[in-house]
Design a protein around this ligand. Structure first.
Ligand SMILES: O=C(O)CCC(=O)C(=O)O
Length: 345
């Protein structure tokens, strides 16, 4: 980096610190809110003119009403066995032969501190099929991962709520429950516009109560936003800890009447949640019970015109069912190396 661009970046950083101090963000920016989150959004008028990109088995209007009120939807039995099996075969190939593949994995076990997130080859193979494992951006390697995350049933709903070019932000693959404290996604999984975010939770097996299922507070996307000490986003300048955020949500959601629900969905179903829906991973009460799942986060091209790992570079784009997926900027030579998914229609 030249001295000039270094100085420019420094200056930008200082301006940001000052802005956060003087005018901390307290809510999403009303100008860029997705239409459905805007006050007085008219779902009936929208549906009258809406041309869904794909035919779907659910009632789009009903799901939009449910989404606006509750901050999530469940799309029942929309994904075929073939999609789920092909994807999981790719995951099994990865964990059977991790040294052949390039991607990062996070394992939240004390023995892997201080580098709990590293390249897959730098973890012992036995640890990969165990608890506390989060595989990052597996879709970069797997065509089935790309096709599953851009399944027509999911894309249609995202298209309806955003009405903009949808992009994939990231994916996480889990074998077991995450036991993550309650959180909302926008403070971390964020791009230029934190309200341009939604996530799909795709179970690879029927979810059991003792597996540490996902839970969420119904309607909590309307809760006043937590202040991290420097606004609603969490960054290196924040003075509040994620556990204080969790405590805020666990106290205020029930007080506001947002009931806590446990997600016991089945293979073939998909949960889609709002950027501000409070959720977390429940306690695992049977240590042997898996909870195989694929969690995908999406944004819009307006909010995320770059790969989040390389914001200063122009991304290499791929398109699946009208959704943009940016090539992994670090391991591009292995993009789509797992090709079983090419046979999926
Ligand atoms: O699946 C889980 O338990 C947690 C996933 C999650 O909270 C997230 O990706 O934001």
């Amino acid at each position: 980096m030249s001295a000039l661009s270094f100085a420019k970046r420094q200056l930008k950083q200082q301006a940001l610190v000052l802005k956060e101090k003087l005018f901390p963000q307290t809510e999403f920016d009303a100008q860029t809110l997705p239409w459905i989150d805007q006050e007085g959004s008219d779902i009936e008028a929208f549906i009258k003119n809406y041309q869904p990109p794909f035919g779907v088995s659910y009632d789009v209007s009903e799901k939009l009403h449910f989404w606006r009120k509750n901050g999530y939807v469940i799309l029942e039995q929309v994904i075929s066995e073939q999609y789920l099996d092909t994807f999981w075969n790719d995951v099994e190939e990865l964990t059977a032969n991790p040294h052949q593949y390039k991607l990062t994995v996070r394992i939240d076990l004390p023995e892997f501190k201080p580098n709990q997130e590293r390249e897959i080859k730098d973890f012992p193979k036995e640890a990969l099929k165990n608890k506390y494992v989060k595989i990052n951006d597996f879709h970069s390697l797997s065509v089935a991962g790309k096709k599953l995350m851009t399944h027509p049933a999911i894309v249609t709903f995202l298209d309806a709520i955003f009405q903009q070019q949808v992009v994939v932000m990231q994916s996480l693959t889990f074998m077991y429950g995450s036991q993550q404290p309650t959180h909302q996604d926008y403070p971390w999984v964020t791009a230029k516009i934190p309200s341009h975010l939604a996530a799909a939770w795709i179970p690879l097996e029927d979810i059991k109560i003792d597996s540490g299922p996902l839970y969420y507070y119904v309607g909590s996307h309307k809760l006043p936003k937590f202040n991290f000490g420097n606004g609603i986003l969490s960054n290196e300048r924040s003075t509040k800890h994620p556990l204080e955020f969790a405590a805020y949500l666990d106290k205020n959601c029930p007080e506001m009447g947002y009931s806590k629900e446990t997600l016991l969905i089945k293979r073939g179903d998909v949960l889609i949640w709002h950027s501000a829906l409070a959720h977390g991973g429940g306690l695992i009460t049977n240590p042997d019970q898996t909870r195989k799942s694929y969690v995908c986060h999406y944004s819009t091209q307006q909010a995320l015109p770059f790969h989040r790992a390389k914001p200063h570079e122009t991304p290499v784009k791929q398109e699946y069912n009208g959704v943009l997926i940016y090539q992994n900027p670090y391991f591009g030579e292995q993009e789509n190396i797992l090709k079983q998914g090419e046979a999926l229609d």
